[in-house]
Ligand binder design. Structure first.
Ligand SMILES: [Zn+2]
Length: 82
C-alpha cells in the first residue's frame, strides 16, 4: 500500500483528525483519488511503493510531493497524478 501524508500550512494533518469537517472531507476525497490512480504503483526494479505528500497552504491549493526508491518510480507516479 502506498504511503500518503498531508501537510497543511506546515502542519502534519490527517483526514481523520481534522477539526474542520469540510476540510477533512476534501482531504479524504484527495486520498481516495490518489489511491485509485496510483494505489497499485510499484517500482519494477526495486519492488518499492511510492510515498506521496500532499501539501499546501490551504486544502484548496494542494500540490503533490512524490518520493520513492528511484527517479523512474517517481516519474511514473507523477504522470499518473496529472
Ligand atoms: Zn526503484
Amino acid at each position: 500500500m502506498i504511503d500518503i501524508s498531508f501537510e497543511i500550512n506546515g502542519r502534519k494533518v490527517s483526514p481523520r483528525n481534522m477539526s474542520n469537517a469540510l476540510e477533512a472531507a476534501v482531504l479524504q476525497s484527495v486520498q481516495e483519488s490518489i489511491k485509485k490512480t496510483v494505489g497499485s504503483a510499484r517500482c519494477p526494479t526495486h519492488g518499492q511503493t511510492p510515498k506521496i505528500k500532499v501539501k499546501g497552504r490551504k486544502v484548496d491549493s494542494l500540490s503533490f510531493e512524490v518520493s520513492g526508491c528511484c527517479d523512474q518510480l517517481i516519474e511514473t507516479v507523477k504522470k499518473k497524478l496529472k
